[in-house]
Ligand binder design. Structure first.
Ligand SMILES: [Zn+2]
Length: 248
């Protein structure tokens, strides 16, 4: 299988060829969001795109550009808006707008965007859509998937498993050991662990999960990616066989 998998790079002929082999679209759910002093602001989309590129090479299909708008917990204090890690990092009455975050939209609006994207993908010929990335965006996709599966007649998947407690899922924390390991495996040059406090007793700002200074590595990231490329490729193979049976 040819390795050109990005939607934005395909000519119509190449698009048609890939689509006829595997009508799968991968939608990276990104953000522009504080991911600690050590990670890029686009971490969510970079990780999910990077993973989907590997998966598309194995399972077939086409990788869409990342969405950078997404929902999150939100709170207004004294007329100022705070969301996601702004609040989680400062659970008291004093949240802080973390530098660089610019992604928040209402969950109901985000679901509308997803629904429109799905309609466009169906129209373009896809039969399966896999979406994953920023937690609250992935959750919104999961929540609409039941309804839209039937209404738009698309098979919809995220990359979540039933139990993610082993830390070896795809994007199961926020800028902590899991996401940092994935970024180290995919784009090592973008991770600056040295930007985090050298004193391990000092808790890094705006992270949620196990300490990346102790537990993140590119080896762990690579292990997670190969585990989920295999796992998702198996799921998608079965889904494609089902579609082919229906078409006979
Ligand atoms: Zn993230």
């Amino acid at each position: 299988m040819k390795d050109k998998v990005l939607y934005i790079e395909l000519t119509p002929k190449e698009f048609k060829e890939r689509l006829s082999r595997a009508p799968i679209a991968y939608l990276p759910l990104g953000t522009l969001e504080w991911h600690g002093h050590h990670m890029p602001l686009g971490a969510d989309g970079l990780i999910s795109s990077g993973f989907f590129i590997e998966l598309a090479k194995k399972a077939g299909g086409i990788v869409l550009p990342m969405l950078f708008l997404g929902p999150d917990n939100a709170k207004t204090v004294d007329g100022k808006e705070y969301y996601g890690m702004d609040i989680q990092s400062y659970p008291s009455q004093h949240p802080q707008q973390l530098l660089g975050s610019a992604y928040w939209v209402k969950k109901s609006f985000f679901k509308q965007i997803l629904a429109e994207v799905l309609k466009q993908l169906k129209r373009a010929g896809f039969r399966i859509v896999v979406a994953h990335g920023h937690g609250p965006s992935t959750m919104a996709f999961y929540q609409i998937s039941k309804k839209w599966k039937e209404e738009i007649d698309l098979a919809l998947y995220t990359c979540w498993r039933d139990n993610e407690s082993d830390g070896l899922g795809i994007q199961t924390d926020h800028a902590a050991a899991n996401e940092t390991s994935l970024m180290m495996a995919l784009r090592p040059e973008l991770v600056k662990i040295q930007n985090l406090p050298a004193d391990k007793d000092e808790i890094p700002l705006g992270l949620d999960g196990k300490d990346p200074r102790e537990f993140a590595s590119s080896e762990v990231g690579k292990k997670i990616i190969s585990l989920h490329v295999e796992r998702m490729a198996g799921i998608l193979k079965v889904a494609l066989e089902k579609i082919n049976l229906e078409n006979q």
